[in-house]
Design a protein around this ligand. Structure first.
Ligand code: GTP
Ligand code: MG
Length: 201
């Protein structure tokens, strides 16, 4: 599938009618600074669509982007950013948990992004546990593989893949545009599946 159009719709901090308009939502989540916003830009081929920054904590809302006029990419704030105040961290984490556990959005998948070099942190484990427990469909991405040399890359990816087995892990680099086809294929398979099902609220 080619992405032919991608535009920012709005950023929300809680419930909104848009969440329930029946369009499929691809939610990009992960620790702060793992490259969620850059990944959205890389998939859409639109630099600067989602705001990315070298200083963590850039995304502070659930930013909705309409793709091909049919489904959404949702850019989430990162979790686990130690330099934010406790209060700010709690607010953002509560927003993410609300979306996952209580919003009753069913027509979605989560793309959980981890940093390939850092590996799976305790925060990541906590997130994956939640996704499993709540039966939330998800795709795991090991991002920024360009930061690893050839030998190191294979070693780190094996470690990460062992942690998530039997779930696949997509190796990705926004910088090198590596892994784009594989990730798009996984997203597309979710879209096709939901197209076959009655629309859920
Ligand atoms: P928050 O919104 O703050 O949670 O961050 P984020 O996860 O959206 O990360 P963002 O896309 O803002 O990128 C953070 C930093 O990582 C920026 O300096 C990016 O240039 C860099 N970055 C993103 N993707 C890659 C990648 O694939 N490789 C490398 N080497 N750097 C990357
Ligand atoms: Mg961001």
């Amino acid at each position: 599938m080619n992405i032919t159009s991608a535009r920012f719709i709005k950023g929300i901090i809680g419930t909104d009618d848009m969440l329930y308009d029946g369009k499929f939502q691809v939610a990009f989540m992960g620790r702060s600074n793992v490259g969620k916003s850059s990944l959205i830009n890389s998939l859409t081929g639109k630099d600067g669509l989602a705001r990315s920054s070298s200083s963590p904590g850039k995304t502070i809302r659930m930013d909705f982007f309409l793709i091909n006029d049919t489904f959404y990419f949702v850019d989430f704030p990162g979790y686990g950013y130690a330099k934010r105040s406790r209060e700010a961290r709690d607010t953002l984490e509560k927003m993410m948990l609300w979306y996952l556990l209580y919003s009753e959005v069913k027509n979605r998948t989560v793309v959980l992004i981890i940093d390939a070099k850092v590996g799976v942190t305790a925060y990541d484990q906590e997130m994956t546990k939640r996704l499993w427990e709540e039966h939330i469909d998800h795709i795991i991405v090991a991002n920024k593989v360009d930061n690893l040399g050839r030998g190191q890359r294979d070693k780190q990816l094996t470690l990460i893949r062992n942690t998530y087995e039997p779930t696949d892990v997509v190796a990705y680099s926004s910088k090198e545009e590596f892994g784009r086809n594989e990730l798009m294929k996984k997203i597309l398979s979710r879209l096709q599946l939901t197209a076959l099902q009655p629309q859920q609220k």
